[in-house]
Design a binder for this molecule. Sequence first.
Ligand SMILES: C[S@@+](CC[C@H](N)C(=O)[O-])C[C@H]1O[C@@H](n2cnc3c(N)ncnc32)[C@H](O)[C@@H]1O
Length: 351
Amino acid sequence: MAMMLAFELSGEHETLPRSEVLASCAALKVEHEVVGSGAQYLLLSVHNTSADNELPHTISARLAMTHHILSLLVRCDASESAILESIRDADITIPRNETFNVRVRRMAGAQLSTTRMERLIGEVIFEGNRDDGVKVNLTSPDHRFRAILTKDSCIFGEVLASVDRSQFEERRPHKKPFFYPGAISPIVSRAIVNLCEIGSGDLVLDPFCGTGGILVEAGMISARVIGVDAQESMIRGADENLMFHGFKYHLICGDACKLPFPDRSIDAVVTDPPYGRSAVVMAESIVSLYKGALFEIYRVLAVGGRAAVVSDFELPQKWIDEAGGVGFAASELFMERVHRSMTRHILVLCK
Ligand SMILES: C[S@@+](CC[C@H](N)C(=O)[O-])C[C@H]1O[C@@H](n2cnc3c(N)ncnc32)[C@H](O)[C@@H]1O
């Protein structure tokens, strides 16, 4: 039997949140099919497994760019009458004396008022359960229902799990024991770790680990992590940042172009090499650094392993071709405008 899940995505990037969900399902070996998607939602039909009840929590514990995972109850047009009729027809049953609330999120182009729809949907659910002592509780209900309104459609369901996004706020680079400017945010780090389809216990390498931000996010999804950096001061700083998280890690001061690991010994590589004006480049030139590192990353990766590389690649196609030259297949490319003078790219490669 299939279970219909709706992922309420953050609007941080146009395509990255969706890819993060799909890669996380692949990492967890969850059989799934995409049955619908919009600017900030993704609908998946997920095949039943014995641990099904845990599945939404297991996925949400990994994700960074999703807000909630819902069990999909209604998908209909965005008109008020269609929404209320469909929710009435869904015949939502709440156990005796339990409580619920309804929240509505309006995406770009949606016309209906959120407060009015929260009240009207609440009334429909209350009417269907009024004889059972069911009540509304706005702050800590037993059941949370959410509607996502877009210009043309409404996605409605019960919340099964939510992503704790405040944890990423707590791990922002300037809040860590060792700070050095230029580290990418924990949300982006976690999302790119997920793009590599990393399984629990997989060995993940960041060959330009800096302060260890990517390693922290990989360790938190139960990967074993190794960091390499050419600056001794960074290795000491990464050690300070990693030691409180309770997972094992290994840090080495070395050169990303001469990695001290055997061929095919690493399951995934996630990294942001130096870029931008103030970057410390420990190589003859940035081009020779990137070329040398790509060659080494390919060598140490296991067959089927993925590498995600973040940079301000001025010519992403040139780097896709370079990666192709060492044997990689490019799997995905994401572009993100960081500020007026910097556009970052995330290149996902597959061996
Ligand atoms: C953009 S920073 C990485 C930031 C990192 N993601 C973090 O969380 O702090 C790039 C790092 O590459 C390191 N680096 C420069 N040349 C290197 C080389 N040849 N081999 C390994 N690391 C190098 C720098 O010391 C710097 O720490």
